[in-house]
Design a protein around this ligand. Structure first.
Ligand code: AR6
Length: 176
């Protein structure tokens, strides 16, 4: 069975999927953008779970490129998978860390048994990663991960906010 890759323009907090990926920061304690929207719509259970992670295994926070799951609270999903994208740098190539966000989020999703996963365009907001490059990295990394786990997922959904991001993802999905 193969996994469908889909592209939706909309709000990630409205996606009915098994797992929603959050573009978080290392503190796991919330922020703006996707992170703010997820905590606002998902309610306090998500923050409670994040605080518990900080009190336990992630005392120093979640390192960039890694992923960890919590409840999705009141979101129409079962889990939120928090991952920390890299801040874009023009002097240092951090694309392996951006790719790692996708690989590690999918690894966490597969461990949970999540069959549908929604990704935002990680690092393309506050962290300023150029959209075209971020979209190519997202699509290529997810495709490569799916090649090694062909039966794990039914759908991987890329959820973008605006027209510019949609155009970037359409181009990336059209590449081989
Ligand atoms: N649904 C889908 N996409 C969204 C939504 C939404 N509700 N809101 C924003 N976007 P960002 P980052 C798009 O800034 O760059 C936070 O403060 C947005 O247009 O959410 O990884 C965290 O706490 C952009 O294309 O994430 C971190 O400190 C993309 O989602 C930091 O921002 C990602 O933008 C992470 O920055």
């Amino acid at each position: 069975m193969s996994t469908t890759l889909t592209l939706i323009q909309g709000d990630i907090t409205e996606q009915t999927v098994d797992a929603v990926v959050n573009a978080a920061n290392s503190s796991l304690l919330g922020g703006g953008g996707v992170d703010g929207a997820i905590h606002r719509r998902g309610g306090p259970d998500i923050l409670d779970a994040c605080r518990a992670l900080r009190a336990g295994h992630y005392g120093r926070g979640l390192p960039t490129g890694q992923a960890v799951a919590t409840t999705a609270g009141r979101l129409p999903a079962r889990w939120v998978i928090h991952t920390v994208g890299p801040v874009h740098s023009s002097t240092e190539d951090r694309s392996a860390l951006l790719a790692s966000c996708y690989t590690e989020s999918l690894r966490a999703a597969a461990q949970l048994g999540a069959r549908t996963v929604a990704f935002p365009a990680i690092s393309t907001g506050v962290y300023r990663w150029p959209l075209a490059d971020a979209a190519r990295t997202a699509v290529a990394t997810v495709r490569a991960a799916l090649a090694t786990t062909p039966d794990a997922f039914d759908e991987i959904r890329f959820v973008v906010f605006d027209d510019r991001a949609r155009t970037a993802y359409e181009a990336a999905l059209a590449e081989d």
